[in-house]
Design a protein around this ligand. Structure first.
Ligand code: EPS
Length: 410
């Protein structure tokens, strides 16, 4: 009997399973009862630090320019399965993040029935938001349900499972953090070393998550100005993955390239419109002699004795990590909900009207950076598990340390 699957030929199914050893999904609407996330494929024996996961969720809620919602929520990851006595047990992990705001929405967004008169329509689509494209696609007469799922609130669920990926990566000595490079038109002039990014992420208060206090102050003024004029701001965050060994990802197949996977992962975050790795865009405008990172050889404490003059490649060459820091930047469009709304059309009458306005943030670049850390961590964890395999942390770490020794002996 031939094996027939919705994915097509049997070999497609085999490849699908191999590629996605670590899989994750999220569910939940912005004003529904809760967000939910699933993470499957994590080896058994990984210690789960609840306080760490909640701190990650807290970091995502911070930033100067957030709206009223963040005053309502106290995001916390309530783990339902896959973890017992503080350790992963190899079965799928599921978790839930409560939406405290649900109590204000349960009558207008009930799961069953309810009073249609209480439904809160999003009567005119916001330019830049998923409202119009989503309503057309799903054949909704207005954009409420589009807003509910397209909202960046969903990224909280990714941060929770991303936190578990970070705990896994830590066992391999890899850390993933972010900082803000640009808010509106205010930008950091210099690259920021890892130590400064690390120190920044230890802070008790997060304003714009910028490593230079003077630049951060100017970013804050830019947010104040946007707030005053009913406008919104975008910007650029940078995610840095520290101590990634050479050899994650591969040039052997287009969709297994690490840069391609990271770009897709970061691009999938709400409001990200461009992703850059290393010198990225600037490299396209400079000659090769100024771009490529020359190679030296001198005993160091790194994975190998090979060294580089700089890191314009952002830690990836040929779709493979090269042992340098991985640096990925995400470019965020300004939030598309404006207090001084842009021109739109009423869904019902088709008459010109101003776009709908509902409580919103003015600037979310620091929060998006935390979301992107999660996406980078999940991608690196997936690639590390592809390379090192293992059903228990003991097995994964044995394979990892064996590979590190192989690199030392190279
Ligand atoms: C967000 C929650 C949302 C928004 C924001 C992100 O809450 P509410 O819509 O209830 O104010 O603050 O959503 C958007 C930026 C968006 O475009 O929808 C969160 O938890 O991050």
């Amino acid at each position: 009997m031939s094996l027939s699957t919705p994915l097509g030929r049997p070999e497609t199914l085999i490849r699908y399973n191999r590629k996605f050893m670590l899989r994750y999904f999220t569910a939940g609407e912005s004003h529904g009862e809760a967000l939910v996330a699933f993470l499957s494929g994590m080896p058994a024996g990984l210690r789960i630090d609840q306080a760490f996961l909640d701190r990650e969720l807290w970091r995502r809620q911070q930033g100067y320019g957030r709206g009223g919602r963040m005053k309502i929520e106290r995001d916390s990851a309530h783990i339902l399965s896959g973890v017992r006595q503080g350790l992963t047990i190899g079965s799928p992990i599921s978790l839930q993040i409560e939406n405290r705001d649900w109590k204000n929405w349960q009558e207008s967004l009930p799961v069953a029935g309810g009073d249609p008169a209480r439904h809160k329509r999003v009567a005119s689509p916001r330019p830049g938001h998923a409202d119009l494209a989503g309503a057309l696609k799903y054949n909704f007469p207005e954009a409420r349900y589009v807003l509910e799922r397209a909202s960046a609130r969903e990224s909280a669920a990714r941060v929770a499972v991303g936190g578990i990926a970070k705990l896994f990566l830590r066992e391999l000595g890899i850390e993933v953090l972010s900082h803000v490079v640009t808010t509106g038109s205010v930008t950091l002039p210099e690259p920021v070393p890892w130590e400064k990014i690390f120190a920044l992420c230890e802070h008790k208060e997060i304003l714009l998550n910028c490593a230079d206090p003077e630049v951060e102050q100017r970013m804050k003024e830019a947010v104040d100005e946007a707030l005053k004029t009913g406008d919104s701001l975008g910007g650029v965050f940078e995610v840095v993955a520290h101590q990634v060994p050479p050899g994650l990802g591969t040039y052997a197949q287009w969709d297994e390239r690490l840069d391609a996977q990271l770009a897709a992962a970061v691009m999938s975050l709400q409001a990200v419109k461009a992703v850059e790795i290393g010198a990225g865009v600037a490299a396209a405008f400079a000659p090769g002699s100024k771009v490529h990172d020359e190679i030296g050889y001198a005993a160091t404490s790194g994975f190998t004795a090979f060294s580089r003059t700089h890191n314009n490649a952002g830690g990836i060459e040929g779709g493979v990590s090269n042992g340098e820091e991985i640096r990925v930047r995400g470019y965020l469009k300004p939030i598309s909900t404006l207090r001084r709304p842009l021109q739109s059309v009423d869904f019902a009458t088709r008459e010109p009207v101003k776009a709908a306005y509902e409580r919103s943030d003015v600037c979310v670049v620091p929060a998006a950076g935390v979301g992107a850390e999660a996406m980078v961590a999940l991608t690196l964890a997936r690639c590390a598990l592809e390379k090192f395999g293992g059903d228990s942390m003991t097995e994964t770490l044995r394979n990892f340390h064996g590979y590190c020794q192989q690199l030392k002996n190279y």
